[in-house]
Design a protein around this ligand. Sequence first.
Ligand code: PSV
Ligand code: MN
Ligand code: MN
Length: 393
Amino acid sequence: MTEIDPTTRRRIVDALREQRIETPSWGYGNSGTRFRVFPQPGVPRDPYEKVADAATVHRFTGVTPTVALHIPWDRVDDYAALAGYAAEQGIALGTINANVFQDDDYKLGSVTNPDPAVRRKAIGHLVECIDIMDATGSRDLKLWFSDGTNYPGQDSVRERQDRLADALRQTYDRLTGEQRLLLEYKLFEPAFYMTDVPDWGTAYAHCLDLGERARVVIDTGHHAPGTNIEFIVAFLLRAGKLGGFDFNSRFYADDDLMVGSADPFQLFRIMHEIVLSDALGPRHGVAFMLDQCHNIEPKVQAVIRSVLNVQEATAKALLVDVAALTAAQRSGDVLEANAVLMDAYNTDVRPLLREVRAEMGLDPDPVAAYKRSGHLERVSAERVGGDQAGWGA
Ligand code: PSV
Ligand code: MN
Ligand code: MN
């Protein structure tokens, strides 16, 4: 790595200070697999305590000022009061995630169900989520549908697309002001033969039809092995249709493990496309969210670790010498272009991030500081009978 000049260094430090990552309320609750949920001490008992844990992560990292909610997992009587509590804790409520996948009525689908009454119920929930956004001040509604079929012939693929388009239209038309609709896709599961929103192309086509405020969400765990996710990032950014990420890490399918833990190089390649398109800062409208569950590891600490992983990938992406990269690309110097990229990736950015945190008035080592803080011991004593995250229920 060649020495970076002070102006470039300042630009990188400022970008890292400005970065925002949203943490998921469900990441703080007990979770597991369909085989077993391993309860942990100190886990939140209600949405208020999840918000408190998210605020704790923000206190140690300084870059996670919002927490995403999942409805009905985080249902409360008074959302404005929850938003007020979040503000007292130093954070805000973020993306509202709809849930039309855990009700008996949705066995054959939610918004694509052949029964119009079930479709009405599902759309009613999506609209209710926008009512909640009005109360919380949240900008984004995130939609993931478990809809699909298990057997050839089970239902009409094409009619299900019509029903999906109709539900999305009704939901989109209910948005006001700055509110946005973010559509997530997933390769398969729980439907195994055909999924109604299986890939970014399907999500993109529906978002294009809907309009300006509909964008695609990339959940990094939702692809076939070997999928070039950074290509999808670049394509959607170019089209102005990347709404955000659900970051996590996968080995098999939708594992929801800590982002950047299995393949930090992939995360770097994704962040490189973000940096190249100048889409890192909040004003660009790309939401960087975590969608993770911490089944066997301590949860708050794991969320902090995940945030650091995103920061490290971002810092490396910011270090790429774009002028040298472009020159190598234009002259067809394949190996030099690759070397420029690898040079940035192979740089140890942890000292730089420690400086950034010191500048922000934070402890340079958030994991160590959290462990020293005694938070886990305190909440373990205070909270008895922690809540289940929703998954693995
Ligand atoms: C579905 O697998 C998903 O990725 C969606 O974002 C859900 O809302 C989320 O998981 C819940 O963990
Ligand atoms: Mn997701
Ligand atoms: Mn998922």
